[in-house]
Design a protein around this ligand. Structure first.
Ligand SMILES: Nc1nc2c(ncn2[C@@H]2O[C@H](COP(=O)(O)OP(=O)(O)OP(=O)(O)O)[C@@H](O)[C@H]2O)c(=O)[nH]1
Ligand SMILES: [Mg+2]
Length: 245
């Protein structure tokens, strides 16, 4: 698998502005501040490729990074945070939702969950959203350098127990730390298996098997329109040119 020449390709404010669909893509989603951009840099092996910040809601566009021009990592805006008067509400960027639902070359979604927290309603809701849309995903528990293995395992077990009833086949579960590199090779293994399989890899991997929709719990994740989406075409061009995330 080609890990050389990781480069920023473009930022897209919405699905229509995404680059061509010729390469397999792997996207990072999760609560704001969970460590999506950091994990992208860790997997790419390039510091500061995607911008990292302690401020939640930092990544605001769909950001594409080409890996040796053969596959892409895609950094998405997080959920669970909105600026201004709607602070810390359960909202999710519409452009990210559309990307996840409608991108044909999206091979696998990495859903990131903070390993230091007990199951959070918004993460559980997001698992339901992915299952409802039959999207291919694995769950990655982040920031494992911050807790003891016992605390982390307790949180992972609690999370798994909460979602187990929604699937006949559970999604795969991983742990990682961008601070130590823990889990990097396992996650690269997930990508490598798909990329190395060749052109057929542009087909998404099978999603975990959810229960039929009628027995899923009620779903309530709100999607809000991205502010950027509402801007005009000129603004879009400027955004693409300036690497603005
Ligand atoms: N200790 C520790 N800190 C981490 C780790 N991963 C990320 N962080 C820190 O968590 C903060 C948020 O990281 P980001 O990678 O920007 O998180 P994000 O999910 O991309 O956030 P948004 O773009 O706002 O949605 C930064 O201060 C990072 O340095 C990790 O594995 N361990
Ligand atoms: Mg980010």
């Amino acid at each position: 698998m080609n890990l050389s020449s990781a480069i920023f390709e473009c930022s897209a404010p919405d699905l229509a502005a995404c680059p061509d669909e010729s390469l397999p893509e792997f996207a990072f989603i999760g609560r704001s501040n969970v460590g999506k951009s950091s994990l992208l840099n860790t997997l790419a092996g390039v510091e500061r490729l995607a911008r990292v910040s302690p401020t939640p809601g930092f990544t605001k566009l769909i950001n594409f990074f080409s890996m040796g021009k053969t596959w892409r990592l895609v950094d998405l805006p997080g959920y669970g945070y909105a600026e201004g008067s709607r602070k810390h509400v359960s909202q999710f960027n519409r452009a990210a939702a559309n990307y996840l639902k409608h991108r044909p070359n999206l091979c696998c979604i990495f859903l990131l969950v903070d390993s230091g927290l007990e199951p959070q309603p918004i993460d559980l809701e997001f698992v339901q959203w992915l299952a409802r849309h039959a999207l291919p995903f694995v769950i990655v528990f982040t920031k494992t350098d911050r807790g003891t293995p016992e605390q982390i395992q307790t949180n992972i077990t609690a999370f798994t127990e909460r979602i187990a009833g929604w699937f006949t086949q559970l999604p795969e579960i991983f742990q990682c730390s961008s601070a130590t590199g823990h889990g990097r090779s396992e996650l690269l293994g997930v990508i490598g298996k798909i990329v190395d399989a060749g052109p057929a890899a542009t087909e998404p991997v099978s999603p975990p098997a959810p229960l039929p929709p009628e027995i899923e719990p009620p779903f309530s994740l709100k999607v809000h329109a991205s502010r950027v989406r509402e801007k005009d075409a000129t603004a879009k061009k400027k955004l693409k040119a300036a690497r603005p995330w």
